[in-house]
Ligand binder design. Structure first.
Ligand SMILES: [Zn+2]
Length: 501
């Protein structure tokens, strides 16, 4: 009896603990049930045009899209085969067997999936069309395009930039201390505390590799923080997925200065574009005392698409809008502007690369640009939009093979731009000048046509940066600096032209 009386509380205690453990397990399991697994994404899905959205869980294709064995071919037709070339690309694009990269009436670059190589090859031979393989293995080209920086390099970069920023702050602050009382722009509490060199985050931007959106936006913020007299950054809106559209304004306050708009990255896969545009930003800020114009620069006009090219599909072009009633995603933002929207060179099919969207300015990215110009009082004279590839300096119109009344001015300045770009870049820097629709192909709803027709911007150019096809969109990072120098030369020539308006 003695023994059992002593063991009863022990047994109760044991049961009590067991119940607690079991309960905790149940709670834990319930908690875990609310944790969304990696492969589920909650998306806002529009239920109808211009109405509310509902939330829906979708399965995410977690695998990165790869291009093992895929090739890029240059298909050549004779003058007599003009229609044939466009028919071929139309036929295949519609069936998804290959995708058109760039081209005109007689030459096109197409990407062919490995499993389709025999069929497409047979087809082209039947039609008596010549082709050559330009990229043997697209995935290998992608893997070699952008060597990543080492942890040491990033550390070095951030440390150096932070110290530089701190010294800039010291240099600016010291004289003003004696002249007039003003709040210290760079409060330095202590070297180890909130102040000192380590207060500044620095930035990760440089031009020997392609950078993620975070680095680019971090760089803009750094410039605004470090050089507040020259730079300011505003977000002019948000992308479909909620990323900010950051515009940096660079101005030394010179009165009556003309204003230029520059954008990049409207097509996600054209990585050289944001890289060149950020290089231009760097140059303008470093030489801000000599500037004779104000610059408004949006380096990544399609931030969702840009990020998607790093995380899922290197060759993504459009934004990331989910279309109602279609499984396909994305609108071609450079078909979505509101001048001659939906005309030649566009598609109403959300699965196509040139899908123009559900209406003019249906996309938040293009809409933000429109509202920015509607609200801005700046004295805009030029609109430069950087793309790749092909090495062209294109002026309106894109919607048809016609030219604006002042096309002679556009041609003349375009040729000056071409000359300057060749000088700046050296070998392989030949850029062709011409009217958009004639030189390349008709494309309605582009930003350039809208800027020219609606905003009445004198010097409106779409500049297709390097190269001429050897690497296409997958331009190795070692070409960033020479290409960016060409782009910068273009900006300088157009600035000069604006001054005389
Ligand atoms: Zn483009």
């Amino acid at each position: 009896m003695e023994k059992s009386r002593g063991s009863r509380p022990v047994a109760f205690a044991f049961v009590f603990v067991a119940v607690l453990v079991a309960e905790a397990a149940v709670i834990d399991r319930q908690k875990r049930e609310f944790v969304i697994p990696d492969w589920i994404e909650i998306v806002d899905e529009p239920v109808a045009e211009n109405s509310k959205t509902i939330q829906r869980a979708v399965r995410v294709r977690d695998a990165k899209i790869t291009y093992d064995g895929a090739q890029v071919w240059r298909v050549q037709g004779s003058e007599a085969q003009k229609d044939l070339v466009s028919n071929v690309t139309m036929d295949f694009q519609e069936s998804g067997l290959l995708s058109l990269w760039v081209g005109n009436d007689t030459v096109v670059d197409v990407m062919v999936r490995v499993e389709e190589i025999p069929r497409v090859s047979r087809y082209l031979k039947q039609k008596d069309l010549q082709y050559q393989v330009v990229i043997e293995d697209l995935q290998r080209a992608i893997d070699e395009e952008n060597p990543s920086l080492s942890a040491e390099e990033i550390e070095e970069l951030q440390g150096r930039k932070a110290r530089y920023a701190w010294w800039q702050g010291v240099a600016i602050r010291v004289p003003s201390r004696y002249s007039r009382p003003r709040p210290l722009r760079y409060p330095v509490a202590s070297v180890h505390g909130v102040g000192g060199p380590w207060r500044f985050r620095g930035h990760r931007m440089e031009w020997s590799s392609y950078h993620r959106l975070e680095d680019i936006h971090g760089y803009l913020d750094y410039l605004a923080e470090t050089f507040p007299d020259v730079c300011s950054v505003v977000s002019i809106g948000n992308s479909v997925e909620g990323r900010p559209l950051k515009v940096i304004r660079i101005s030394n306050g010179k009165p009556n200065a003309p204003a230029l708009w520059i954008d990049g990255g409207i097509h996600a896969r054209e990585w050289i574009s944001p890289a060149a545009v950020t290089y231009i930003i760097n140059h303008l800020v470093e030489n801000s005392e000599t500037l004779e114009a104000d610059y408004y620069i949006l380096p990544v006009a399609n931030p969702d698409g840009y990020e998607y090219t790093f995380t899922k599909d290197r060759l993504w072009r459009k934004n990331r809008k989910r279309s109602v009633g279609s499984l396909c995603t994305g609108v071609d933002l450079n078909r979505n502007f509101g001048y001659r929207w939906g005309g030649m060179g566009t598609s109403k099919d959300p699965c196509r690369e040139i899908y123009a969207g559900s209406g003019p300015f249906s996309e938040p990215e293009t809409n933000a640009i429109r509202y920015f110009f509607e609200a801005s009082a700046a004295n805009f004279k030029a609109y430069l939009t950087f793309h790749s590839y092909g090495q062209y300096i294109l002026y309106p119109w894109g919607y048809d093979k016609r030219v604006p009344p002042d096309y002679a001015d556009l041609e003349r300045v375009g040729r000056q731009v071409s000359t300057a770009m060749r000088k700046a870049g050296g070998a392989n820097s030949a850029y062709t000048v011409g009217n958009s629709a004639t030189t390349l192909y008709a494309a309605s709803g582009g930003s350039d046509d809208w800027a020219k027709a609606i905003l009445k911007m004198k010097y409106t150019y779409t500049i297709e940066l390097r190269d001429t096809g050897k690497h296409g969109f997958v331009l190795p990072a070692r070409y960033i600096v020479p290409t960016a120098k060409e782009a910068l030369a273009a900006v300088m020539v157009v600035t000069e032209a604006c001054k005389s308006l």
